[in-house]
Design a protein around this ligand. Structure first.
Ligand SMILES: C[S@@+](CC[C@H](N)C(=O)[O-])C[C@H]1O[C@@H](n2cnc3c(N)ncnc32)[C@H](O)[C@@H]1O
Ligand code: SF4
Length: 397
């Protein structure tokens, strides 16, 4: 199975300079995996290369498996309304982007729905003008209306979420969402032709659940017509009562932190997935030419697909490198290492210089705590998307 790095050579043919920017980020992360881990007294900015920005908690969809807005979402209802009032204007991000301008950074903008962030256009322009590589993960429903400007402003990359073909997708992501995303792809491709631009690079992200896994090939077949660069199959973030309880206890004892985000992924959409069948479906997809790359994250040993869903307590990746080269900026300016889990705050970019936060005492305490855990991950990290992408492959998996 292909990994996310395999997309680089293909994009290289289309845009050498931009692909090199992206490759530099991957390379730095690779190096971080190999390096000895330092904690206190080290300049961690040397390895820092990937910034997640959760721009807003607001979203126009309610995808069932989403840890924020789904069945168990922690930002549902009044919480989401209250949290939306904390969203920072674009000006607040400028000092951080300026500070990181020389660092060959990769930015990953997400949310909530990033196209609902009111200052998304000036922000993306400022990031790209700083010399960084910028990617945006969107639900795609607002692409059509913004396509002309996205192409005109040469956004680098769009990761568009689509989980299945038509009815199954809409059962997961909401009625009419499939149609809107397809119209979004068409609008972007139309504008690219009209404006004579190869940007943005564009691809699909599909989250695998027990609702869509049997019909993944239908979406793959339909995707032949989308004129996209890649299709990522994300095996999904899941947890259960035991893992949540263990994580809560551990984080309270080690870092005096109360945990609430992990519960959002305790959805049960991993249950009753036949691993053998899923693997056969993915293998067929990977061996078919749809005109773009198909990538599965994590790229698992075939026999282990069953354990990924049925035995959530079994680690498949460990020694997470995120605290040594990445972080997430929350919509209120809080800096956390983990993108999905925002409880342990390192500092806030409206109050402190970014590098002081990243090299600060709270950051190093977290590094020390995760390093001292078995396998270099906390109990709640077992199916975390970042650990699946950037963790160390456990033998056999
Ligand atoms: C939380 S969304 C935010 C960006 C945007 N609203 C979107 O849907 O693309 C980021 C990505 O996480 C995916 N996602 C949602 N629930 C997930 C889960 N339980 N496990 C893994 N990924 C999930 C979404 O489909 C999307 O691709
Ligand atoms: S569109 Fe994205 S943020 Fe909104 S509910 Fe769906 S997965 Fe969650």
């Amino acid at each position: 199975m292909k990994t996310n790095f395999s997309v680089v050579p293909k994009l290289f043919k289309k845009d050498k300079k931009l692909s090199m920017k992206m490759a530099r980020g991957f390379f730095k992360m690779g190096l971080t995996m190999l390096k000895k881990r330092h904690n206190f007294g080290y300049d961690h900015m040397k390895n820092f290369c990937l910034v997640y920005m959760k721009l807003t908690p607001a979203c126009n969809l309610r995808c069932v498996m989403c840890g924020q807005r789904g069945d168990k979402g922690v930002l549902k209802g009044q919480t989401g309304i209250d949290e939306s009032k904390k969203v920072l204007p674009f000006e607040s991000y400028k000092p951080m982007i300026d500070e990181l301008a020389k660092g060959n950074m990769v930015y990953y903008l997400w949310g909530g729905e990033p196209l609902m962030y009111p200052d998304i256009f000036p922000l993306v322009k400022y990031i790209q003008d700083s010399g960084a590589f910028c990617s945006i993960n969107t639900n795609g429903t607002l692409l059509e209306k913004n396509a002309q400007r996205i192409v005109a402003e040469k956004w680098h990359t769009l990761f568009v979420s689509l989980d299945a073909f038509e009815d199954v997708n809409d059962a997961m992501r909401g009625k009419g969402s499939y149609e809107k995303v397809i119209r979004g792809f068409e609008a972007i491709n139309r504008e690219k032709k009209k404006q004579g631009s190869h940007l943005p690079f564009m691809g699909i992200v599909t989250t695998v659940t027990n609702m869509n896994y049997e019909s993944l090939a239908d979406l793959a077949e339909a995707s032949k017509d989308f004129d996209i660069d890649w299709h990522i199959y994300n095996l999904g973030t899941y947890t259960n009562d035991q893992i949540v309880a263990a994580h809560k206890q551990y984080m309270k004892e080690k870092l005096d932190t109360d945990i609430f985000c992990l519960e959002g992924y305790n959805t049960g959409y991993n249950e009753n997935i036949d691993g053998e069948r899923l693997h056969a479906i993915l293998e067929k997809i990977h061996s078919t030419d749809y005109g773009h790359l198909s990538i599965t994250v994590p790229a698992l040993n075939p026999e282990k697909t069953h354990e990924y869903y049925a035995k959530l307590e079994v680690p498949v990746r460990n020694h997470c490198i995120v605290p040594w080269c990445q972080c997430n900026i929350n919509y209120n300016g809080d800096v956390t290492f983990c993108a999905d889990y925002n409880e342990y705050v390192l500092g806030n970019i409206t109050q402190q210089k970014f590098s002081d936060i990243y090299n600060g005492e709270r950051a190093n305490k977290f590094r020390q705590a995760i390093d001292s855990c078995e396998g270099g991950i906390f109990p709640g990290c077992l199916r975390c998307y970042q650990n699946m992408l950037f963790g160390k492959k456990i033998k056999g998996f």
